[in-house]
Design a protein around this ligand. Structure first.
Ligand code: ADE
Length: 253
């Protein structure tokens, strides 16, 4: 997987390329990251990359020319890479998008700063605008790091256990992950659920599935609409609904 990253502050991103799962992927040459610095594409002594917004108002806007030249420079090595702009105005980033980008083999990420970038860059040079959540970061670098991390762990050979990525939250089934436990068996007066110590693999699989369904139902019911559910999954969800109604005071119905 080849990444191109446009950023005024690559120093934020560089450390992640030396450690952990992403660091290993870089060392094994399963991913590569090339940076483009907008200041390298300016002509004035101050290497100016931002300017005041037309129409007035607070903050500064990133000028279009350096950004477009950064994109062109990265496209020399990554001609087929989609160009993604990270911003709070983007569509929410989902695991399905991460999988699609990983399948494409290359991606250019544009991390903005200040109030954002000139809209005309978005209009003609950006393929997708995505947000990593409903909060405002001081720049797109952390969002770009999230994308690099999430894609890298899907690149074949990067994770030790190939099933790890499948069983994650939002894996193939589209549910949140079940709870996990390790030694000691008793911690803070709490025991590990007995079924996990039973050695009965079928019972363990059923328990994990139920807990994944229950968590998703409690915390992210929106995900259930697109999840792959068996008849017994649906039955279990109906039981959860019924139990909730039984527990509600009569006045709430
Ligand atoms: N840049 C600033 N905030 C962001 C967000 N929430 N997602 C993606 N990029 C951003």
């Amino acid at each position: 997987m080849q990444f191109g990253v446009i950023s005024l502050l690559p120093e934020i991103i560089e450390p992640m390329l030396n450690v952990g799962v992403v660091g290993r992927a870089v060392k094994q040459q399963r991913i590569s990251v090339e940076f483009a610095q907008p200041r390298d594409f300016t002509n004035d002594a101050h290497r100016t990359v931002d300017d005041r917004p037309f129409g007035g108002g607070p903050g500064m806007v990133m000028k279009p020319e350096p950004l477009v030249q950064c994109i062109a420079s990265l496209k020399k090595n990554l001609p087929a890479a989609p160009v993604v702009y990270l911003s709070p105005q983007g569509k929410p980033l989902r695991q399905s998008t991460i999988r699609r980008w990983q399948g494409g083999g290359s991606l250019i990420l544009l991390a903005g700063r200040y109030e954002g970038i000139d809209e005309r860059v978005i209009d003609t040079h950006i393929d997708e605008e995505v947000s990593i959540g409903d909060y405002v970061l001081s720049g797109g670098e952390i969002a770009a790091m999230a994308v690099i991390d999430a894609i890298s762990r899907l690149v074949p050979g990067v994770l030790g256990h190939p099933d790890s990525a499948l069983e994650d939250s939002f894996g193939d089934h589209g549910l949140l992950d079940c709870p996990h436990y390790t030694r000691p068996e008793k911690f803070d007066e709490k025991s590990v659920p007995a079924v996990l110590l039973s050695g009965d693999h079928q019972a363990i699989a059923i328990w994990r599935r139920k807990l994944a369904l229950k968590r998703t139902w409690e915390r992210r019911p929106d995900l259930l609409a697109n999840a792959t559910l068996s008849d017994s999954d649906k039955q279990y969800l109906q039981q959860l609904e019924a139990a909730q109604q039984d527990n509600e005071p009569a006045g709430d119905r």
